[in-house]
Design a protein around this ligand. Structure first.
Ligand SMILES: [Ca+2]
Length: 499
């Protein structure tokens, strides 16, 4: 067998789902295997740094901290497209946007693409969805049945509802009640998947009145958003729409304080709702056999880079919280924080592998199961990935490639069909053809100069060094990698420079 064929087969074997015996619990009554349930929580526009367990010293998120302590948190989690519907479609299909084809907000998942709900439904699962969907042209309700891809118990909203309902109830509490009702009413003889699309903390920032006094006496530290940084914003973001958004949200210190505090208050409300749902899983005896995944559909700028939205592939916009808990897999690694790059497209493969179903060949994400089970470093995990954006929203089409240390951003000068965003994609996806990371790495090393050259031909290019950020252990990612390397070599002092 040729080395290339051997490596490819080895890679396929590595991607084979775990044996059911590893993932499933045995029923105490019958002794039979019990299929895992799935709870998929997606928040809206939540930055990665808005968890107390991720180092935020102002915002307290005890429920999500608990989930992280009992599961595994990915501190380098990213969206492959930073806007609502395309990102959610990537979460549900396990594919980049150029593959699933839902390029813009309000676009349904195209026919021929399957959501993870549909796959589980075909395998006997009871499926439910609560809250924001957005992969439909319906803004509120009703959502056409054809757009509810694989949902038995629909409690969804097209896109947005007012945060304060006519009866005075806050939308986050309504979403929580719907989730609790689903858990109470589900058929007890079948496994379930429940998706919750919390609208919080998306605009307009209207918190629950009971949280209005929170952070009153706190001054949120200013971010690097001084007026002059507005001048350094990418040219397309200096249009009237971009300026209006920036002025409205963070245009002066008072606006910045109001924006941040209401954003935090909405997250507090969401965290409380998550706590109630986790408690209900406990009460119903479901926690041990339920895979819980918590992620956001994109991050958000709060003035950084002169921006106050998303779309652009800078870290604030693409980096999101990601926590996974499934006790049969994560118990041995509970509380662990992984620094491998995890993506939205990894969610669906992770669900399928946890359940013991085959991952379809055309899914482009990787299952996170291997990273959930131990503290051991994963030597063959992805070292790069592709970012894509081509949504008619006022921001230009963009592509980026992020490696562990660098990012290449191409802002395409003229608006055009998605096919115009093709150069980085063509190079990167060609290198992704092989799941074998060693082959990919070899190809990638040859591709990097090409990407640089392609990118330089575009109108706006930045090759940005990825900033090292303090982790919740008080050390930077760079220091952490060095510590792990020293530990693996068991010989302190091997501090090869990362510069
Ligand atoms: Ca969003």
């Amino acid at each position: 067998m040729k080395r290339r064929d051997f490596l490819k087969q080895a890679a396929i074997a590595a991607a084979t789902p775990l044996a059911l015996t590893q993932c499933s619990l045995l029923s105490p009554m019958s002794g039979e295997k019990v299929s895992p349930n799935v709870l998929l929580i997606i928040t809206d526009d939540q930055r990665w740094d808005t968890l107390s367990c991720a180092g935020n010293s102002i915002l307290k998120t005890p429920s999500l901290d608990r989930l992280a302590a009992e599961g595994v948190r990915f501190e380098n989690a990213f969206v492959t497209t930073s806007t609502c519907a395309p990102s959610r479609a990537s979460i549900l299909t396990g594919k980049y946007v150029h593959s699933h084809g839902a390029w813009s907000i309000g676009w349904p998942i195209p026919e021929g693409q399957r959501s993870v709900y549909e796959i589980l439904q075909e395998n006997g699962y009871h499926t439910g969805h609560v809250g924001k969907w957005h992969m439909t042209r319906a803004r509120r309700t009703p959502v056409p049945e054809a757009d509810r891809r694989g949902i038995d118990d629909w409690r969804g909203v097209g896109a947005f509802l007012p945060y304060i309902h006519e009866d005075g109830q806050h939308h986050t509490e309504w979403e929580m009640e719907q989730a609790l009702e689903f858990l109470g009413q589900r058929p007890k003889d079948r496994p379930f998947i429940l998706g919750i699309g919390f609208q919080a903390p998306h605009d307009p920032l209207v918190p629950n009145p009971k949280h209005e006094k929170l952070f009153e006496d706190v001054v949120i530290p200013p971010r690097p958003y001084a007026k002059e940084s507005r001048e350094r914003a990418p040219e397309p973001a200096k249009t009237a729409g971009g300026l209006k958004s920036w002025e409205y949200k963070v245009g002066d210190p008072e606006k910045y304080q109001n924006t941040m505090k209401n954003y935090y208050r909405l997250i507090v409300g969401m965290d409380e709702a998550v706590g109630r749902i986790l408690d209900t899983l406990d009460e119903q005896g479901l926690s041990e056999n339920t895979l819980v995944i918590f992620i956001s559909d994109n991050g958000l700028f709060m003035g950084e880079h002169g921006l106050a939205g998303k779309h652009y592939p800078y870290e604030e916009s693409i980096r999101v919280p990601l926590i996974v808990r499934y006790p049969p897999l994560t118990k041995a690694a509970a509380g662990n924080v992984r620094d491998e790059m995890a993506l939205t497209i990894d969610v669906a493969p992770t669900i399928l592998e946890t359940i013991g179903l085959s991952i379809p060949e055309d899914m482009e994400g990787l299952s996170l199961c291997a990273l959930m089970q131990s503290n051991a470093a994963h030597k063959t995990w992805r070292r790069s990935w592709l970012y894509e954006y081509a949504c008619p929203s006022g921001s230009p089409p963009m592509e980026a490639v992020r490696t562990e240390r660098w990012k290449y951003i191409a802002i395409i000068p003229s608006r055009g069909p998605p096919s115009s965003c093709s150069i980085l994609r063509a190079i990167h996806t060609r290198s992704m053809t092989y799941r074998d990371p060693w082959i990919m790495r070899a190809r990638w090393s040859r591709c990097e100069p090409s990407i640089r050259n392609c990118a330089r031909r575009r109108i706006t290019v930045s090759g940005a060094r990825i900033p090292t950020t303090p982790t919740n252990r008080g050390e930077t990612n760079c220091q952490r990698r060095k510590r792990k390397r020293r530990r693996s070599l068991n010989m302190g002092g091997n501090e090869r420079s990362n510069a």
